[in-house]
Ligand binder design. Sequence first.
Ligand SMILES: Nc1ncnc2c1ncn2[C@@H]1O[C@H](COP(=O)(O)OP(=O)(O)OP(=O)(O)O)[C@@H](O)[C@H]1O
Length: 564
Amino acid sequence: MNQVKQTLRRSGISIMAHLISLLGSFAAVLILAVINGSIGYLCAMSVTLFGALGVAKALGEPIWLSYEWIIALAVGCGILRGLLRYIEQYSNHYIAFHLLAILRDKIFGVLRKLCPAKLESKQKGSIIAMLTSDIETLEVFYAHTLSPICIAILVSFSVCLFTWLAASPWLALVALIGYLVIGIVVPMISSAALKEPGVTYRKEFASFNAYYLDSIKGIKDILFHNAGEKREQEVNRRSECLLEETRKMKEETGKASAITELAVSVFVMLTLIAGIVLVYTGNLTSGKMIIGVVAIFGSFGPVVAISALPGNLTQTFASGDRVLNLLEEVPAVEEITDGKNITYENLEVRKLSFAYQKNEPVLKDVCMQAQKGEIVGIIGESGCGKSTLLKLLLRFWSKDSGEILFNGTDIEKINSDNLLDNVTMVSQVTYLFDDTIEENLRIAKPDATQVEMEQACRLASVHDFVMSLPNGYQTRVGAMGDALSSGEKQRLGLARAFLGGRQLILLDEPTSNVDSINEGIILKALAQQKSKKSIILVSHRESTMAIADRIYKVENGYMTEATK
Ligand SMILES: Nc1ncnc2c1ncn2[C@@H]1O[C@H](COP(=O)(O)OP(=O)(O)OP(=O)(O)O)[C@@H](O)[C@H]1O
Protein backbone atom coordinates (compact mmCIF):
# COMPACT_ATOMS: atom_id res chain seq x y z
CA MET A 1 0.00 0.00 0.00
CA ASN A 2 1.17 3.44 -0.74
CA GLN A 3 2.00 4.92 2.65
CA VAL A 4 3.75 7.94 1.23
CA LYS A 5 2.02 11.16 2.20
CA GLN A 6 0.07 12.30 -0.83
CA THR A 7 0.02 16.00 -1.49
CA LEU A 8 -1.56 18.24 -4.07
CA ARG A 9 0.40 20.60 -6.26
CA ARG A 10 -2.02 23.45 -5.55
CA SER A 11 -3.95 24.59 -2.47
CA GLY A 12 -7.67 23.90 -2.24
CA ILE A 13 -8.43 27.60 -2.69
CA SER A 14 -6.26 27.76 -5.80
CA ILE A 15 -7.97 24.67 -7.30
CA MET A 16 -11.39 26.20 -6.57
CA ALA A 17 -10.31 29.51 -8.10
CA HIS A 18 -9.06 27.75 -11.25
CA LEU A 19 -12.22 25.70 -11.56
CA ILE A 20 -14.39 28.79 -11.03
CA SER A 21 -12.40 30.67 -13.67
CA LEU A 22 -13.46 27.99 -16.16
CA LEU A 23 -17.11 29.01 -15.57
CA GLY A 24 -16.89 31.94 -18.00
CA SER A 25 -20.32 32.85 -19.33
CA PHE A 26 -21.92 30.11 -17.19
CA ALA A 27 -21.49 32.45 -14.18
CA ALA A 28 -24.86 34.01 -15.07
CA VAL A 29 -26.53 30.60 -14.85
CA LEU A 30 -24.81 30.06 -11.50
CA ILE A 31 -26.28 33.32 -10.20
CA LEU A 32 -29.72 32.13 -11.35
CA ALA A 33 -29.20 28.84 -9.50
CA VAL A 34 -28.14 30.67 -6.32
CA ILE A 35 -31.09 33.08 -6.40
CA ASN A 36 -33.60 30.29 -7.00
CA GLY A 37 -31.95 28.03 -4.43
CA SER A 38 -31.91 30.74 -1.74
CA ILE A 39 -35.48 31.92 -2.29
CA GLY A 40 -36.55 28.26 -2.58
CA TYR A 41 -35.01 27.39 0.77
CA LEU A 42 -36.54 30.47 2.41
CA CYS A 43 -39.92 29.35 1.00
CA ALA A 44 -39.42 25.89 2.54
CA MET A 45 -38.63 27.50 5.89
CA SER A 46 -41.62 29.81 5.52
CA VAL A 47 -44.05 26.88 5.56
CA THR A 48 -43.22 26.17 9.23
CA LEU A 49 -42.71 29.85 9.91
CA PHE A 50 -46.30 30.63 8.86
CA GLY A 51 -47.34 27.87 11.27
CA ALA A 52 -45.37 29.70 13.98
CA LEU A 53 -47.07 32.97 12.94
CA GLY A 54 -50.45 31.29 13.42
CA VAL A 55 -49.45 30.11 16.90
CA ALA A 56 -48.07 33.58 17.76
CA LYS A 57 -51.33 35.14 16.56
CA ALA A 58 -53.26 32.70 18.77
CA LEU A 59 -51.03 33.78 21.70
CA GLY A 60 -52.13 37.37 21.12
CA GLU A 61 -49.30 38.77 18.97
CA PRO A 62 -50.53 41.64 16.81
CA ILE A 63 -50.22 39.87 13.43
CA TRP A 64 -52.16 41.57 10.66
CA LEU A 65 -52.47 38.47 8.48
CA SER A 66 -55.70 36.53 8.81
CA TYR A 67 -55.55 32.76 9.50
CA GLU A 68 -56.84 32.13 5.94
CA TRP A 69 -53.98 34.19 4.51
CA ILE A 70 -51.46 32.44 6.73
CA ILE A 71 -52.64 29.02 5.46
CA ALA A 72 -52.77 30.23 1.83
CA LEU A 73 -49.24 31.70 2.04
CA ALA A 74 -47.88 28.52 3.64
CA VAL A 75 -49.36 26.43 0.81
CA GLY A 76 -48.09 28.92 -1.80
CA CYS A 77 -44.57 28.81 -0.35
CA GLY A 78 -44.64 25.00 -0.42
CA ILE A 79 -45.57 24.97 -4.12
CA LEU A 80 -43.08 27.71 -4.98
CA ARG A 81 -40.34 25.80 -3.14
CA GLY A 82 -40.79 22.85 -5.52
CA LEU A 83 -40.64 25.03 -8.62
CA LEU A 84 -37.60 27.04 -7.46
CA ARG A 85 -35.75 23.89 -6.39
CA TYR A 86 -36.32 22.46 -9.85
CA ILE A 87 -34.91 25.59 -11.53
CA GLU A 88 -31.93 25.58 -9.13
CA GLN A 89 -31.08 21.93 -9.80
CA TYR A 90 -31.64 22.33 -13.54
CA SER A 91 -29.30 25.36 -13.65
CA ASN A 92 -26.59 23.62 -11.61
CA HIS A 93 -26.62 20.53 -13.77
CA TYR A 94 -26.82 22.61 -16.93
CA ILE A 95 -23.56 24.30 -15.88
CA ALA A 96 -21.94 21.08 -14.71
CA PHE A 97 -22.59 18.94 -17.77
CA HIS A 98 -21.78 21.70 -20.25
CA LEU A 99 -18.52 22.41 -18.43
CA LEU A 100 -17.63 18.72 -18.27
CA ALA A 101 -18.11 18.49 -22.02
CA ILE A 102 -15.87 21.54 -22.46
CA LEU A 103 -13.25 20.03 -20.12
CA ARG A 104 -13.24 16.70 -21.98
CA ASP A 105 -12.75 18.62 -25.18
CA LYS A 106 -9.91 20.67 -23.64
CA ILE A 107 -8.19 17.53 -22.32
CA PHE A 108 -8.40 15.87 -25.72
CA GLY A 109 -6.91 19.02 -27.26
CA VAL A 110 -4.06 18.96 -24.71
CA LEU A 111 -3.46 15.25 -25.32
CA ARG A 112 -3.19 15.97 -29.04
CA LYS A 113 -0.49 18.54 -28.33
CA LEU A 114 1.34 16.33 -25.82
CA CYS A 115 1.17 13.32 -28.09
CA PRO A 116 3.26 11.38 -28.63
CA ALA A 117 6.38 12.62 -26.84
CA LYS A 118 4.98 13.27 -23.35
CA LEU A 119 2.41 10.51 -23.53
CA GLU A 120 5.12 7.87 -23.96
CA SER A 121 5.93 8.42 -20.30
CA LYS A 122 2.36 8.48 -19.01
CA GLN A 123 0.33 5.42 -18.26
CA LYS A 124 -2.58 5.37 -20.67
CA GLY A 125 -4.80 3.89 -17.93
CA SER A 126 -4.32 6.93 -15.72
CA ILE A 127 -5.27 9.20 -18.62
CA ILE A 128 -8.41 7.15 -19.19
CA ALA A 129 -9.15 7.42 -15.45
CA MET A 130 -8.73 11.17 -15.77
CA LEU A 131 -11.02 11.43 -18.77
CA THR A 132 -13.70 9.38 -17.05
CA SER A 133 -13.75 9.42 -13.25
CA ASP A 134 -11.78 12.62 -12.55
CA ILE A 135 -13.95 14.70 -14.84
CA GLU A 136 -17.10 13.06 -13.47
CA THR A 137 -15.93 14.00 -9.97
CA LEU A 138 -15.81 17.64 -11.00
CA GLU A 139 -19.55 17.40 -11.64
CA VAL A 140 -19.91 17.41 -7.85
CA PHE A 141 -18.03 20.69 -7.67
CA TYR A 142 -20.01 22.49 -10.34
CA ALA A 143 -23.46 21.01 -9.56
CA HIS A 144 -23.31 20.44 -5.81
CA THR A 145 -20.65 22.67 -4.27
CA LEU A 146 -20.54 26.17 -5.68
CA SER A 147 -24.18 27.15 -5.42
CA PRO A 148 -24.77 25.42 -2.03
CA ILE A 149 -21.99 27.60 -0.55
CA CYS A 150 -23.54 30.79 -1.94
CA ILE A 151 -27.05 29.65 -0.90
CA ALA A 152 -25.85 28.93 2.65
CA ILE A 153 -24.36 32.44 2.93
CA LEU A 154 -27.50 34.16 1.58
CA VAL A 155 -29.98 32.08 3.61
CA SER A 156 -27.99 32.43 6.85
CA PHE A 157 -27.70 36.18 6.36
CA SER A 158 -31.45 36.51 5.63
CA VAL A 159 -32.45 34.44 8.67
CA CYS A 160 -30.15 36.46 10.95
CA LEU A 161 -31.68 39.68 9.67
CA PHE A 162 -35.23 38.34 9.96
CA THR A 163 -34.67 37.06 13.53
CA TRP A 164 -33.11 40.34 14.53
CA LEU A 165 -36.03 42.38 13.17
CA ALA A 166 -38.90 39.99 14.00
CA ALA A 167 -37.64 38.64 17.36
CA SER A 168 -34.39 39.62 19.06
CA PRO A 169 -30.77 40.53 18.17
CA TRP A 170 -29.63 38.00 20.81
CA LEU A 171 -31.36 35.16 18.97
CA ALA A 172 -29.81 36.43 15.72
CA LEU A 173 -26.39 36.33 17.39
CA VAL A 174 -26.83 32.72 18.55
CA ALA A 175 -27.90 31.78 15.01
CA LEU A 176 -24.90 33.57 13.51
CA ILE A 177 -22.46 31.73 15.81
CA GLY A 178 -24.22 28.46 14.91
CA TYR A 179 -23.86 29.10 11.17
CA LEU A 180 -20.17 29.98 11.54
CA VAL A 181 -19.43 26.88 13.61
CA ILE A 182 -21.42 24.45 11.42
CA GLY A 183 -20.61 26.04 8.07
CA ILE A 184 -16.94 27.00 8.62
CA VAL A 185 -15.30 25.56 11.75
CA VAL A 186 -16.66 22.00 11.42
CA PRO A 187 -15.91 21.76 7.66
CA MET A 188 -12.38 23.08 8.27
CA ILE A 189 -11.73 20.45 10.93
CA SER A 190 -13.19 17.61 8.87
CA SER A 191 -11.51 18.84 5.70
CA ALA A 192 -8.11 18.71 7.44
CA ALA A 193 -8.87 15.16 8.60
CA LEU A 194 -10.16 14.12 5.17
CA LYS A 195 -7.46 15.70 3.02
CA GLU A 196 -4.93 12.89 3.14
CA PRO A 197 -7.37 9.96 2.90
CA GLY A 198 -9.16 11.74 0.02
CA VAL A 199 -6.03 12.33 -2.03
CA THR A 200 -4.65 8.86 -1.30
CA TYR A 201 -7.98 7.31 -2.27
CA ARG A 202 -8.00 9.08 -5.64
CA LYS A 203 -4.42 8.10 -6.36
CA GLU A 204 -5.10 4.48 -5.40
CA PHE A 205 -8.24 4.56 -7.54
CA ALA A 206 -6.37 5.90 -10.58
CA SER A 207 -3.47 3.49 -10.06
CA PHE A 208 -5.86 0.52 -9.67
CA ASN A 209 -7.69 1.47 -12.87
CA ALA A 210 -4.41 1.81 -14.76
CA TYR A 211 -3.14 -1.56 -13.52
CA TYR A 212 -6.45 -3.29 -14.23
CA LEU A 213 -6.65 -1.88 -17.74
CA ASP A 214 -3.02 -2.78 -18.37
CA SER A 215 -3.71 -6.35 -17.25
CA ILE A 216 -6.67 -6.65 -19.59
CA LYS A 217 -4.65 -5.28 -22.50
CA GLY A 218 -1.81 -7.69 -21.82
CA ILE A 219 -3.99 -10.68 -20.95
CA LYS A 220 -2.67 -12.77 -23.85
CA ASP A 221 0.94 -12.39 -22.72
CA ILE A 222 -0.09 -13.08 -19.13
CA LEU A 223 -1.62 -16.37 -20.29
CA PHE A 224 1.35 -17.26 -22.53
CA HIS A 225 3.64 -17.05 -19.52
CA ASN A 226 1.17 -18.66 -17.13
CA ALA A 227 1.41 -15.54 -14.99
CA GLY A 228 -2.36 -15.24 -14.46
CA GLU A 229 -2.35 -16.27 -10.83
CA LYS A 230 0.40 -13.82 -9.87
CA ARG A 231 -1.30 -11.01 -11.75
CA GLU A 232 -4.63 -11.85 -10.15
CA GLN A 233 -3.00 -11.77 -6.72
CA GLU A 234 -1.64 -8.31 -7.48
CA VAL A 235 -5.06 -7.14 -8.73
CA ASN A 236 -6.58 -8.45 -5.48
CA ARG A 237 -3.86 -6.80 -3.41
CA ARG A 238 -4.44 -3.47 -5.11
CA SER A 239 -8.19 -3.92 -4.76
CA GLU A 240 -7.73 -4.53 -1.01
CA CYS A 241 -5.64 -1.34 -0.79
CA LEU A 242 -8.37 0.59 -2.55
CA LEU A 243 -10.97 -0.90 -0.22
CA GLU A 244 -8.88 0.07 2.79
CA GLU A 245 -8.53 3.64 1.50
CA THR A 246 -12.30 3.75 0.89
CA ARG A 247 -12.92 2.51 4.45
CA LYS A 248 -10.61 5.17 5.92
CA MET A 249 -12.33 7.87 3.94
CA LYS A 250 -15.82 6.70 4.88
CA GLU A 251 -14.79 6.54 8.52
CA GLU A 252 -13.64 10.16 8.44
CA THR A 253 -16.79 11.19 6.50
CA GLY A 254 -18.93 9.43 9.11
CA LYS A 255 -17.13 11.23 11.94
CA ALA A 256 -17.56 14.57 10.17
CA SER A 257 -21.31 14.12 9.71
CA ALA A 258 -21.69 13.00 13.34
CA ILE A 259 -19.90 16.16 14.52
CA THR A 260 -22.14 18.27 12.29
CA GLU A 261 -25.33 16.67 13.61
CA LEU A 262 -24.09 17.17 17.16
CA ALA A 263 -23.31 20.83 16.47
CA VAL A 264 -26.79 21.37 14.97
CA SER A 265 -28.43 19.81 18.04
CA VAL A 266 -26.31 21.95 20.37
CA PHE A 267 -27.25 25.16 18.56
CA VAL A 268 -30.93 24.24 18.41
CA MET A 269 -30.79 23.77 22.19
CA LEU A 270 -28.87 27.02 22.70
CA THR A 271 -31.41 28.92 20.58
CA LEU A 272 -34.24 27.49 22.65
CA ILE A 273 -32.49 28.29 25.94
CA ALA A 274 -31.69 31.83 24.73
CA GLY A 275 -35.34 32.28 23.69
CA ILE A 276 -36.68 31.06 27.07
CA VAL A 277 -34.23 33.26 28.98
CA LEU A 278 -35.27 36.29 26.90
CA VAL A 279 -38.95 35.59 27.59
CA TYR A 280 -38.31 35.07 31.34
CA THR A 281 -36.30 38.29 31.63
CA GLY A 282 -39.08 40.15 29.86
CA ASN A 283 -37.00 41.01 26.83
CA LEU A 284 -39.16 39.04 24.38
CA THR A 285 -42.81 38.04 24.10
CA SER A 286 -43.65 34.33 23.80
CA GLY A 287 -45.11 34.83 20.32
CA LYS A 288 -41.98 36.54 18.98
CA MET A 289 -39.83 33.93 20.68
CA ILE A 290 -41.72 31.17 18.83
CA ILE A 291 -41.31 32.99 15.49
CA GLY A 292 -37.57 33.55 16.02
CA VAL A 293 -36.83 30.07 17.34
CA VAL A 294 -38.84 28.33 14.59
CA ALA A 295 -37.06 30.43 11.93
CA ILE A 296 -33.64 29.43 13.29
CA PHE A 297 -34.58 25.74 13.79
CA GLY A 298 -35.38 25.36 10.12
CA SER A 299 -32.41 27.35 8.85
CA PHE A 300 -29.48 25.00 9.42
CA GLY A 301 -30.09 22.95 6.25
CA PRO A 302 -27.84 24.99 3.90
CA VAL A 303 -24.89 25.15 6.35
CA VAL A 304 -25.27 21.42 7.07
CA ALA A 305 -24.99 20.87 3.32
CA ILE A 306 -21.70 22.81 3.39
CA SER A 307 -20.34 20.79 6.27
CA ALA A 308 -21.03 17.64 4.23
CA LEU A 309 -18.88 19.02 1.40
CA PRO A 310 -15.34 18.24 2.62
CA GLY A 311 -15.80 14.50 1.99
CA ASN A 312 -16.50 15.21 -1.66
CA LEU A 313 -14.35 18.31 -1.79
CA THR A 314 -11.07 16.54 -0.98
CA GLN A 315 -11.74 14.16 -3.85
CA THR A 316 -12.80 17.06 -6.06
CA PHE A 317 -9.54 18.82 -5.21
CA ALA A 318 -7.51 15.72 -6.01
CA SER A 319 -9.34 15.25 -9.32
CA GLY A 320 -9.28 18.97 -10.10
CA ASP A 321 -5.53 19.09 -9.37
CA ARG A 322 -4.82 16.19 -11.74
CA VAL A 323 -7.01 17.66 -14.49
CA LEU A 324 -5.43 21.13 -14.08
CA ASN A 325 -1.94 19.59 -14.09
CA LEU A 326 -2.66 17.97 -17.41
CA LEU A 327 -4.22 21.13 -18.84
CA GLU A 328 -1.09 23.06 -17.85
CA GLU A 329 1.40 20.44 -19.06
CA VAL A 330 3.82 21.96 -21.53
CA PRO A 331 4.20 19.88 -24.69
CA ALA A 332 7.68 18.54 -25.42
CA VAL A 333 7.24 20.02 -28.88
CA GLU A 334 5.52 23.36 -29.45
CA GLU A 335 3.08 23.50 -32.34
CA ILE A 336 4.26 25.81 -35.15
CA THR A 337 1.54 27.90 -36.74
CA ASP A 338 3.45 30.94 -37.94
CA GLY A 339 6.01 29.11 -40.05
CA LYS A 340 6.26 28.20 -43.73
CA ASN A 341 4.18 25.80 -45.79
CA ILE A 342 6.13 23.53 -48.14
CA THR A 343 5.48 20.89 -50.78
CA TYR A 344 8.04 18.17 -50.21
CA GLU A 345 10.83 17.78 -52.74
CA ASN A 346 13.83 16.60 -50.73
CA LEU A 347 15.18 15.99 -47.25
CA GLU A 348 18.59 16.71 -45.81
CA VAL A 349 19.71 15.94 -42.27
CA ARG A 350 22.87 17.69 -41.08
CA LYS A 351 24.75 16.90 -37.87
CA LEU A 352 21.59 15.89 -36.04
CA SER A 353 21.96 15.02 -32.35
CA PHE A 354 19.29 13.95 -29.91
CA ALA A 355 18.96 12.51 -26.40
CA TYR A 356 15.83 11.49 -24.49
CA GLN A 357 17.76 11.90 -21.23
CA LYS A 358 20.51 14.47 -20.71
CA ASN A 359 24.00 13.15 -21.40
CA GLU A 360 22.66 9.92 -22.91
CA PRO A 361 22.66 10.74 -26.63
CA VAL A 362 20.78 8.35 -28.88
CA LEU A 363 21.81 10.03 -32.15
CA LYS A 364 25.09 11.93 -32.68
CA ASP A 365 25.94 14.18 -35.63
CA VAL A 366 23.72 12.19 -37.96
CA CYS A 367 23.79 13.19 -41.63
CA MET A 368 21.58 11.79 -44.38
CA GLN A 369 19.56 12.83 -47.40
CA ALA A 370 16.65 11.69 -49.51
CA GLN A 371 15.44 12.88 -52.90
CA LYS A 372 12.11 12.35 -54.62
CA GLY A 373 12.25 9.08 -56.50
CA GLU A 374 14.50 7.42 -53.93
CA ILE A 375 14.09 4.65 -51.41
CA VAL A 376 16.51 5.19 -48.55
CA GLY A 377 17.18 2.23 -46.25
CA ILE A 378 18.22 2.49 -42.60
CA ILE A 379 19.67 -0.49 -40.79
CA GLY A 380 21.18 -0.99 -37.37
CA GLU A 381 20.91 -3.09 -34.27
CA SER A 382 17.79 -3.06 -32.16
CA GLY A 383 17.67 0.01 -29.92
CA CYS A 384 20.29 1.98 -31.90
CA GLY A 385 17.87 4.84 -32.64
CA LYS A 386 16.29 4.10 -36.04
CA SER A 387 12.68 4.73 -34.90
CA THR A 388 13.89 7.79 -32.97
CA LEU A 389 15.28 9.25 -36.20
CA LEU A 390 11.92 8.75 -37.93
CA LYS A 391 10.09 10.41 -35.01
CA LEU A 392 12.46 13.39 -35.28
CA LEU A 393 11.65 13.68 -38.98
CA LEU A 394 7.96 13.92 -38.01
CA ARG A 395 8.89 16.37 -35.23
CA PHE A 396 7.27 14.14 -32.62
CA TRP A 397 10.36 15.12 -30.61
CA SER A 398 12.48 18.24 -31.06
CA LYS A 399 16.09 17.78 -32.10
CA ASP A 400 18.80 18.92 -29.69
CA SER A 401 21.14 20.23 -32.37
CA GLY A 402 21.79 20.03 -36.08
CA GLU A 403 19.39 20.59 -38.95
CA ILE A 404 16.51 18.71 -40.53
CA LEU A 405 15.87 20.48 -43.82
CA PHE A 406 12.84 19.92 -46.03
CA ASN A 407 13.44 21.63 -49.39
CA GLY A 408 16.18 23.56 -47.54
CA THR A 409 13.81 24.83 -44.81
CA ASP A 410 14.51 23.75 -41.25
CA ILE A 411 11.80 21.59 -39.67
CA GLU A 412 11.43 24.14 -36.82
CA LYS A 413 10.24 26.74 -39.35
CA ILE A 414 7.61 24.59 -41.05
CA ASN A 415 3.99 24.73 -39.85
CA SER A 416 3.20 21.57 -37.87
CA ASP A 417 0.02 20.80 -39.83
CA ASN A 418 1.79 21.31 -43.11
CA LEU A 419 4.64 19.02 -42.09
CA LEU A 420 2.17 16.20 -41.46
CA ASP A 421 0.53 16.95 -44.81
CA ASN A 422 3.88 16.10 -46.40
CA VAL A 423 5.21 13.30 -44.21
CA THR A 424 3.59 10.19 -42.80
CA MET A 425 4.81 7.13 -40.98
CA VAL A 426 3.79 3.51 -40.75
CA SER A 427 5.02 2.35 -37.38
CA GLN A 428 5.76 -1.18 -36.25
CA VAL A 429 2.32 -1.50 -34.69
CA THR A 430 -0.71 -0.18 -36.56
CA TYR A 431 -3.61 0.90 -34.38
CA LEU A 432 -7.01 0.11 -35.83
CA PHE A 433 -10.07 1.79 -34.36
CA ASP A 434 -13.20 -0.13 -33.41
CA ASP A 435 -14.88 0.81 -36.68
CA THR A 436 -15.22 -0.43 -40.25
CA ILE A 437 -12.17 -0.99 -42.45
CA GLU A 438 -13.38 1.87 -44.64
CA GLU A 439 -13.46 4.31 -41.71
CA ASN A 440 -10.07 3.08 -40.54
CA LEU A 441 -8.62 3.87 -43.95
CA ARG A 442 -10.36 7.22 -44.14
CA ILE A 443 -8.36 8.70 -41.25
CA ALA A 444 -5.58 9.11 -43.83
CA LYS A 445 -7.88 10.79 -46.36
CA PRO A 446 -11.42 11.59 -45.14
CA ASP A 447 -12.79 12.26 -48.63
CA ALA A 448 -11.22 9.21 -50.31
CA THR A 449 -13.36 7.52 -52.95
CA GLN A 450 -14.01 3.77 -52.95
CA VAL A 451 -11.75 3.45 -56.00
CA GLU A 452 -8.89 5.24 -54.22
CA MET A 453 -9.28 3.05 -51.15
CA GLU A 454 -9.26 -0.13 -53.19
CA GLN A 455 -6.22 1.05 -55.13
CA ALA A 456 -4.32 1.76 -51.90
CA CYS A 457 -5.29 -1.63 -50.51
CA ARG A 458 -4.18 -3.37 -53.69
CA LEU A 459 -0.79 -1.65 -53.43
CA ALA A 460 -0.52 -2.82 -49.82
CA SER A 461 -1.54 -6.32 -50.85
CA VAL A 462 -4.57 -6.32 -48.58
CA HIS A 463 -7.49 -5.76 -51.00
CA ASP A 464 -8.17 -9.48 -51.61
CA PHE A 465 -8.16 -10.10 -47.88
CA VAL A 466 -10.66 -7.27 -47.29
CA MET A 467 -12.92 -8.59 -50.04
CA SER A 468 -12.86 -12.05 -48.44
CA LEU A 469 -14.43 -10.61 -45.26
CA PRO A 470 -18.22 -10.96 -44.89
CA ASN A 471 -18.90 -7.22 -45.35
CA GLY A 472 -15.82 -6.26 -47.35
CA TYR A 473 -14.79 -2.67 -46.60
CA GLN A 474 -17.76 -2.32 -44.26
CA THR A 475 -16.46 -5.04 -41.92
CA ARG A 476 -15.82 -3.86 -38.38
CA VAL A 477 -12.37 -4.72 -37.11
CA GLY A 478 -13.16 -4.80 -33.36
CA ALA A 479 -11.55 -2.77 -30.60
CA MET A 480 -7.76 -2.45 -31.16
CA GLY A 481 -8.15 -4.48 -34.35
CA ASP A 482 -7.88 -7.68 -32.34
CA ALA A 483 -9.92 -9.55 -34.91
CA LEU A 484 -7.07 -9.18 -37.46
CA SER A 485 -3.62 -10.74 -37.66
CA SER A 486 -0.51 -8.58 -37.20
CA GLY A 487 0.31 -8.92 -40.91
CA GLU A 488 -3.21 -7.83 -41.93
CA LYS A 489 -3.02 -4.84 -39.60
CA GLN A 490 0.42 -3.94 -40.94
CA ARG A 491 -0.80 -4.08 -44.53
CA LEU A 492 -3.84 -1.92 -43.65
CA GLY A 493 -1.39 0.53 -42.08
CA LEU A 494 0.52 0.62 -45.36
CA ALA A 495 -2.70 1.08 -47.30
CA ARG A 496 -3.45 4.09 -45.12
CA ALA A 497 -0.05 5.56 -45.97
CA PHE A 498 -0.56 4.98 -49.71
CA LEU A 499 -4.07 6.46 -49.52
CA GLY A 500 -2.84 9.55 -47.65
CA GLY A 501 -0.66 10.42 -50.64
CA ARG A 502 2.10 12.10 -48.58
CA GLN A 503 5.31 12.82 -50.46
CA LEU A 504 7.65 11.41 -47.82
CA ILE A 505 6.72 8.04 -46.37
CA LEU A 506 8.58 6.72 -43.34
CA LEU A 507 8.26 2.98 -42.92
CA ASP A 508 9.37 1.34 -39.68
CA GLU A 509 9.72 -2.39 -40.37
CA PRO A 510 6.83 -2.45 -42.86
CA THR A 511 7.23 -6.11 -43.78
CA SER A 512 8.16 -7.60 -40.41
CA ASN A 513 4.83 -9.38 -40.05
CA VAL A 514 4.15 -10.48 -43.63
CA ASP A 515 5.17 -13.64 -45.50
CA SER A 516 7.62 -13.56 -48.38
CA ILE A 517 4.88 -13.56 -51.06
CA ASN A 518 3.18 -10.51 -49.56
CA GLU A 519 6.56 -8.90 -48.89
CA GLY A 520 7.34 -9.23 -52.58
CA ILE A 521 4.02 -7.58 -53.54
CA ILE A 522 4.52 -4.73 -51.06
CA LEU A 523 8.10 -4.10 -52.15
CA LYS A 524 6.97 -4.01 -55.76
CA ALA A 525 4.32 -1.47 -54.79
CA LEU A 526 6.92 0.61 -52.96
CA ALA A 527 9.20 0.52 -55.98
CA GLN A 528 6.29 1.74 -58.14
CA GLN A 529 5.46 4.54 -55.71
CA LYS A 530 9.00 5.84 -55.41
CA SER A 531 9.01 7.74 -58.68
CA LYS A 532 6.61 10.25 -57.10
CA LYS A 533 7.86 10.15 -53.51
CA SER A 534 10.70 9.61 -51.09
CA ILE A 535 10.51 6.49 -49.01
CA ILE A 536 12.63 5.99 -45.92
CA LEU A 537 12.65 2.38 -44.95
CA VAL A 538 13.80 0.94 -41.64
CA SER A 539 14.17 -2.81 -41.68
CA HIS A 540 16.25 -5.69 -40.39
CA ARG A 541 15.33 -7.84 -43.37
CA GLU A 542 17.95 -8.06 -46.08
CA SER A 543 15.25 -8.98 -48.61
CA THR A 544 13.42 -5.72 -47.82
CA MET A 545 16.59 -3.65 -48.03
CA ALA A 546 17.23 -5.00 -51.51
CA ILE A 547 14.91 -2.35 -52.98
CA ALA A 548 16.72 0.56 -51.28
CA ASP A 549 18.71 2.90 -53.53
CA ARG A 550 20.95 3.90 -50.65
CA ILE A 551 21.46 2.38 -47.23
CA TYR A 552 22.57 4.07 -44.01
CA LYS A 553 23.75 2.19 -40.99
CA VAL A 554 23.28 3.47 -37.43
CA GLU A 555 25.89 2.32 -34.93
CA ASN A 556 26.62 3.72 -31.47
CA GLY A 557 24.50 6.76 -32.31
CA TYR A 558 26.51 7.59 -35.47
CA MET A 559 25.23 7.09 -38.99
CA THR A 560 27.31 6.03 -41.95
CA GLU A 561 26.43 5.24 -45.55
CA ALA A 562 26.69 1.48 -46.00
CA THR A 563 27.74 -0.20 -49.19
CA LYS A 564 24.94 -2.09 -50.91
N1 LIG B 1 10.32 7.86 -25.14
C1 LIG B 1 11.53 7.42 -24.82
N2 LIG B 1 12.11 7.86 -23.69
C2 LIG B 1 13.33 7.44 -23.33
N3 LIG B 1 14.07 6.59 -24.06
C3 LIG B 1 13.55 6.11 -25.21
C4 LIG B 1 12.25 6.51 -25.65
N4 LIG B 1 12.00 5.89 -26.83
C5 LIG B 1 13.09 5.14 -27.10
N5 LIG B 1 14.02 5.28 -26.15
C6 LIG B 1 15.35 4.66 -26.11
O1 LIG B 1 16.10 5.17 -27.19
C7 LIG B 1 16.89 4.17 -27.79
C8 LIG B 1 16.59 4.06 -29.27
O2 LIG B 1 15.25 3.57 -29.43
P1 LIG B 1 14.61 3.32 -30.87
O3 LIG B 1 13.22 2.89 -30.66
O4 LIG B 1 14.83 4.52 -31.69
O5 LIG B 1 15.51 2.13 -31.42
P2 LIG B 1 15.35 1.28 -32.76
O6 LIG B 1 16.68 1.31 -33.40
O7 LIG B 1 14.21 1.78 -33.56
O8 LIG B 1 15.03 -0.17 -32.16
P3 LIG B 1 14.22 -1.38 -32.84
O9 LIG B 1 14.98 -1.82 -34.04
O10 LIG B 1 14.24 -2.43 -31.78
O11 LIG B 1 12.86 -0.87 -33.15
C9 LIG B 1 16.59 2.89 -27.02
O12 LIG B 1 17.61 2.71 -26.07
C10 LIG B 1 15.28 3.17 -26.35
O13 LIG B 1 15.17 2.47 -25.13
